[in-house]
Design a protein around this ligand. Sequence first.
Ligand code: TYD
Length: 204
Amino acid sequence: MNGRFISFEGIDGAGKSTHIDALAAWLRGRGHDVVLTREPGGSELAEQLRHLLLHQPMDALTELLLVFAARRDHLQRTIEPALARGAMVLCDRFTDATFAYQGGGRGVDEGRLTQLEDWVQQGRQPDLTLWFDLPPQVAAARRGAARAPDRFEREDAGFFERVRAGYARRAAAAPQRFVRIDAQQAADAVWVAVEAAVAARPGW
Ligand code: TYD
């Protein structure tokens, strides 16, 4: 039996982390083998690339190529083996983040992104993408001063508006895969929406 691949997306401060953990516990409670992972990261090499991506100054093309290099290693070492043994893979961000951040945020041409996506992923896509959507100013207030911001979190409001618009374009292009979650709601209402989105998938 093949596993299922669920990705979680949204601008920084959307509050997805809590719900990823909750969904993992919920699925384990129903007897599923669950693999929790993230991008950039999710394998030894990709975690090293993540550190560079979040903290080392670089231009937009270098950033893009490192994101896809990390993704390639993550797919080969973590995601594909887990799906092959029938696990539920919950991934905190995947390629929609590249279209949103490098495409929308940094302005990299979407045609280029599509070429890399095809080349690196060989058709692999999440079965379900939960997009935690909320206005950038609400997300910025939530991020607050809790910890030192990384290279992305330091970007201005205009950047996060473009990231959000990038997610909206990806969601419109793949409506069967995407479920938009209103992340402005209280956390318990967000969880109800997450659970409903997964429970609505036939045969899961
Ligand atoms: P994130 O996953 O939000 O981790 P944390 O919650 O620890 O901040 O941070 C990863 C950052 O990487 C986030 O700001 C978005 C960025 N990113 C990209 O720019 N492109 C990508 O393809 C991915 C996967 C992430």
